[in-house]
Ligand binder design. Sequence first.
Ligand code: PAF
Length: 281
Amino acid sequence: MQVITTIKDMNAFSKATKAEGKNIGFAPTMGALHKGHISLIGNSVEQNDVTVVSIFVNPTQFGPTEDFNKYPKDHKGDMKKLSNLDVTAVFLPDVAEIYPKGFSTFVYVGGIGCILCGASRPDHFNGVATIVTKLFNIVMPDRAYFGQKDYQQTVVIKKIVRELAMNIDIVVCPIVREDDGLAMSSRNAYLSDEERNAALILNKALEYGKGLMLSGREEKANHIKEKMGAFIKAESLVTIEYVEIVGPVYLENIKEVKTPAVILLAAKVGTTRLIDNMIVE
Ligand code: PAF
């Protein structure tokens, strides 16, 4: 596994790979790798000649009061996990390599970038769109792999790929959950035992909402959101940011229950913000 830290070397690697007629699968990450990341990488290894993984904690997608400085890091553990997979190269740039002094070009995502998580994290998706675009230009992948856990992010990335005419297939891989249902997330590392236990209410609420949607007894999405809200509120350590039922492609709010749809939620467990979702079809 090659470890590459500069844009120039990463670019040269990708050009040489393509010159050999090989295709490139790419899994962008912020490190602290867990089974969710491993499944993205596994899919890429299976479907491509060469797999590149990037690890870069992207400052532009964090708000001024968010957890950029304390975001979980596990360089040694990450390298060990990657070396056990069939990863060809890992791209590990530092912040100055990606955002040199004077950097001021951003990809702005209007519409769906400003709702749901974008409402409480105003520049988040602009930061994600900017780094993902830049990484795509550097790595030049044929396919790129993202987790369904960040559902809105996958919709935003598909939108920028479509609207900026990037020739890359976006592959969305299913959420990986712990045995007790908690969606895998690097931020789970922030939770105390008590909070981790409280966080289980999120997956349970999604299952409950899905059951109501499929029961045929509820016609109004609002009723289901209210019931899910009341269900989550029973857990005192959890504060809901939003529970929404939306269309899977454009994230428009659904009023009358129909499928396919996605139930999306964001909540604070203690001080840790978690997101989760469930596709209903
Ligand atoms: O999902 C993530 O880990 C990040 O948002 C991404 C896509 C690597 C961009 O920094």
